[in-house]
Design a protein around this ligand. Structure first.
Ligand SMILES: [Zn+2]
Length: 337
């Protein structure tokens, strides 16, 4: 039996490093924005929207996920979406967050890049007053071309100071990391932090992880527990302090289980594993819920939760002094219990 309570998990200071802003669109806000922007989404009640959030694979999830974004039209809409998440983050004692966003999902339907980035960035700044510091990570959609990624990268450059890193997400099938080698090489050269999704149990998962680590040179992998298939890569990730942003509840929606055994194995091997919510509105699970369900199903001990929380700051893209400040907050929390 796990000795960890939900209260302990909610209270511990933590960072969230794998959450897609577009995946935080709760039914309430979706309906509100649809009404405001005069968009017929085919659903009239929260219950109807909730029922549309149903899927059993990554592909079926993405089939619901991208059309839902139609309600996001104006700068203000992006602001409201991010603020909605930041309030939830505060409730979960998330002190720091790195927020993924997918500009191509918006620019491809005619929304100006500036409205997306300015809305999200304004929310990130206002979040500080709530006690949540945050930065933005711009992701490319991997089912689109590298040319489109480069075009998006160049649209972003005038706003480069509003972004902390570059990521890669969406449908991994037949879209390996090396498809985007050029644009990631450029991002690295320009000084951006880089990460990539390596989703669970994909075709060629381990080869994609190898490419991400050894050819692209990512600092983190989003998901990535399939690394356990190759002991040498595990060793490499450990030696190089590679971060893993795991999302157990999300895993349980798109594969047969939450990969708790793998997450714990990596954690106990000393890899920088973290637990995150991914798309919390769709999976109805925010970061503390993810940590709690993992803790109860896999008998985590308090020290595991403390380690997960410390890892989340250690692999965050913030200066060392800042990391130490947050880690001191964890120690103070544990001591004062
Ligand atoms: Zn994700």
């Amino acid at each position: 039996m796990s000795n960890v309570t939900k209260e302990f998990i909610v209270g511990i200071p933590k960072a969230e490093l794998h959450v897609h802003l577009e995946g935080t669109l709760e039914p309430e806000l979706k309906l509100e924005l649809a009404k405001k922007n005069g968009i017929d989404i085919g659903q009239k009640t929260i219950e109807e929207v909730r029922q549309s959030y149903e899927f059993d694979s990554l592909t079926s999830f993405l089939g619901v996920y991208y059309p839902a974004m139609e309600v996001l039209q104006k700068e203000e809409d992006f602001y409201l979406l991010a603020m909605d998440y930041l309030k939830k983050a505060k409730d979960n004692n998330v002190k720091y967050a790195e927020l993924f966003f997918d500009p191509q999902a918006h620019t491809s339907r005619g929304v100006p890049f500036a409205d997306v980035i300015n809305g999200y960035y304004r929310a990130a700044k206002d979040g500080v007053a709530l006690g949540v510091e945050s930065h933005l990570i711009m992701c490319f959609l991997r089912d689109m071309s590298q040319e489109s990624a480069i075009e998006t990268y160049e649209q972003m450059l005038p706003y480069g100071d509003k972004i902390i890193g570059i990521g890669l997400d969406s449908d991994e099938r037949k879209n390996p990391p090396k498809k985007f080698a050029d644009v990631f090489a450029r991002a690295k050269e320009d000084g951006f932090n880089i990460t990539m999704h390596c989703d669970i149990d994909q075709e060629n998962s381990i080869e994609h992880i190898r490419q991400a680590l050894l050819e692209i040179g990512v600092q983190r992998i989003d998901h990535g527990t399939n690394i356990l298939e190759d002991a040498k890569l595990v060793e490499y990730a450990k030696e190089n302090g590679i971060g893993f942003t795991c999302c157990p509840v999300s895993n349980s929606f798109v594969t047969e289980d939450m990969k708790g055994k793998e997450i714990l194995e990596l954690l106990h091997k000393g890899l920088k594993v973290t637990v995150n919510s991914d798309d919390p509105a769709y999976f109805q699970s925010y970061i503390s819920d993810d940590m709690y369900v993992l803790a109860t199903k896999y008998n985590l001990e308090k020290k595991d939760i403390i380690q997960l929380a410390k890892n989340s700051f250690e692999i965050a893209w913030i200066p060392a002094e800042k990391k130490n400040e947050y880690i001191d907050q964890i120690d103070a929390y544990v001591e004062n219990l």
